[in-house]
Design a protein around this ligand. Structure first.
Ligand SMILES: Nc1ncnc2c1ncn2[C@@H]1O[C@H](COP(=O)(O)OP(=O)(O)OP(=O)(O)O)[C@@H](O)[C@H]1O
Ligand SMILES: [Mg+2]
Length: 252
């Protein structure tokens, strides 16, 4: 059996003020899985990711990372994360692409240690892989929204994570770059057996790249392989989104 990377058992969650958002979620990610997380706005996708990342405490049920309960997990450098709208509102921050991407190494190198040449070589390599090689020394304030989004993807990748959590990373990224982006993820997955979870509302494109799909709406509405999803896609999306489904399915 493959190593379990994320294991959610009977996981439920609600914010202090609100109704139950996640209701008894059971879900496993094994090493090398690429999971697409689908669901309407407000269905709890970002909340689920924050629970996996230990940013919110599980109230009922358990989250295990690499076989360890999230409360005891300390190996956070194994996990890379691109938050939803990571690039939003950071344009005025006076740092260069190199500096922002290098900040992704802090967990590994230590906050007050100086980065060595090999670290900066790694930074340059990752920046090149996301297609921003020529922008390495530019200030992020000069970048477009989609370019900035790629800087945050590079920052999540620079420490060679084993698990990558991507919350709508392709918003604002043009169609051609999205294909390149998924291509990059696929090669990282093949090279390093990277395990990934991605949220995208662009279901048509996303499901062509992932091997598992999970549909969230309070409970897990569906989870299975990408093929199983593709065979029942219309039914699943229809019952989750109602008529808004057309917006999603007709993308490719
Ligand atoms: N910090 C918070 N405090 C209280 N309620 C919250 C908080 N964050 C989110 N919520 C609520 O929890 C529900 C789920 O939010 P969440 O951000 O997980 O949804 P989502 O599936 O990621 O949506 P989207 O597709 O819009 O990103 C929403 O109803 C939201 O209003
Ligand atoms: Mg969200």
């Amino acid at each position: 059996m493959k190593e379990s990377v994320v294991r959610l058992s009977s996981l439920s969650f609600q914010y202090e003020d609100g109704k139950k958002i996640l209701d008894h979620i059971n879900f496993n990610m094994e090493k090398g899985d690429f999971v697409g997380l689908v669901g309407p706005n407000g269905s709890g996708k970002s909340t689920l990711m924050k629970l996996i990342l230990g940013l919110l405490p599980p109230k009922e049920g358990t989250v295990e990372l690499f076989g360890t309960p999230v409360q005891k997990f300390r190996d956070w450098t194994k996990i890379g994360y691109v938050a939803q709208q990571a690039a939003h509102g950071t344009g005025g921050f006076p740092a260069t692409v190199k500096e922002v991407v290098a900040s992704g190494l802090v967990g590994k190198v230590g906050l007050f240690r100086r980065l060595k040449r090999e670290h900066y070589e790694k930074v340059a390599e990752v920046v090149k892989r996301v297609g921003l090689g020529e922008k390495l020394n530019d200030r992020i304030g000069k970048l477009s929204g989609g370019q900035l989004q790629r800087v945050f993807i590079a920052r999540a990748l620079v420490a060679d994570p084993e698990l990558l959590i991507l919350d709508e990373p392709t918003v604002g990224v043009d169609q051609e770059s999205i294909e390149q982006f998924y291509g990059l993820l696929r090669s990282l997955k093949e090279e390093n057996e990277l395990t990934m979870m991605i949220v995208s509302h662009d279901v048509g494109v996303m499901t062509q790249w992932v091997n598992k799909v999970a549909c969230l709406q309070r409970g897990l509405h569906f989870h299975g392989t990408a093929d199983e999803f593709a065979h029942n896609q219309d039914k699943i999306l229809q019952s989750m989104y109602g008529d808004a489904i057309r917006v999603l399915a007709h993308h490719h």
